[in-house]
Design a protein around this ligand. Structure first.
Ligand code: PMV
Length: 286
């Protein structure tokens, strides 16, 4: 059996493509499990399938590409919602394969194999999903600079609310690219907000972080990557005293996040968001 958790982007989606920083958070309580079992038949690789690709990547590394095994997946992570489901599934599957064959798996090798599988599944992953799904800490990412960890420990709560609508990262990234020069001010503002949020994380200033999450949502709206349902859920969270809220991930669907100071308030907001049509809600202490 192999397990992995999911992730969500706190700040910096889209602007990260243009070199600005992004911060992603591990969601340690939202997990996927993969179990490997003996099978009568040889493993058949389907390169169009993320899970099959991850299993094959691990088997190939172990020089057992035709082993008689099958895999069973049990996931709490919805797909195409910006929660890193494909990276998480790959991590769980690779861990499970190594465990099945009693092989030692160092973190570095696991990350390499996950990224190899992600390249087949996604062509050009930044590696942020894999890094965050493998990490217990928040991860900052900047193109050409790389990854670093951030200690959160904010004593606050992040609500993740699923619109129930598939996001489409590829289309959203293209939409921003098509804006050309017009996207520049929004991307610059998002970059600035990401740096400020990092500063306020260090100062544990929830209110200032929250304000900037909401401002980031406005910039993402201007880029045309939010949808009506995300906007409506963000508004509902703010109306009910979340300190900040925004869409998260590539957009055109997917999830919104809302920052809240105490758990009771988070539960109230979660209920309101459900009433407004969120199909799934998680509350994560950060
Ligand atoms: O939807 P997600 O969580 O995979 O995030 C996409 C983030 C973008 O910045 C929009 C794209 C990217 O490659 O960084």
């Amino acid at each position: 059996m192999g397990v992995s958790h999911s992730k969500i982007i706190l700040i910096g989606e889209h602007s990260v493509v243009y070199g600005y920083p992004a911060i992603a958070i591990p969601l340690k309580n939202i997990t996927v499990k993969c179990r490997i079992e003996k099978s009568k038949n040889e493993f058949m690789y389907n390169e169009k399938d993320t899970l099959s690709t991850a299993v094959y990547t691990a088997l190939k590394y172990l020089k057992k590409p035709k082993e008689k095994i099958k895999y069973i997946i049990d996931s709490e992570i919805p797909t195409k919602r910006g929660m890193g489901s494909s990276a998480a599934v790959s991590i769980a599957a690779i861990r499970a394969i190594f465990e099945y064959f009693n092989e030692k798996l160092e973190d570095k090798l696991l990350e390499e194999l996950v990224n190899e599988a992600e390249i087949v599944a996604h062509s050009k992953p930044s590696g942020l999903d894999a890094k965050t799904c493998l990490s217990d800490k928040a991860v900052k990412f900047e193109r050409n600079i790389g990854f670093s960890n951030i200690d959160l420990d904010l004593n606050a709560y992040l609500i993740i609310a699923d619109t129930g609508i598939y996001g489409n990262t590829k289309e959203a990234v293209q939409k921003v690219a098509d804006l050309g020069e017009k996207a520049k001010p929004m991307l610059e503002n998002l970059g600035k907000l990401a740096l400020e949020i990092e500063k306020y994380i260090n100062q544990k200033n929830i209110i200032e972080i929250g304000k900037r999450l909401s401002l980031a949502h406005e910039e993402l709206k201007k880029l045309g990557v939010s949808i009506e349902k995300s906007d409506m859920l963000v508004e509902e969270a703010l109306k009910n005293e979340a300190v900040g809220a925004k869409m998260s991930g590539g957009g055109l669907g997917g999830c919104i996040i809302a920052l809240v100071q105490d758990y009771e308030n988070a539960e109230v907001i979660a209920e309101k968001l459900k009433e407004k049509g969120a199909v799934n809600i998680w509350i994560e202490k950060i």
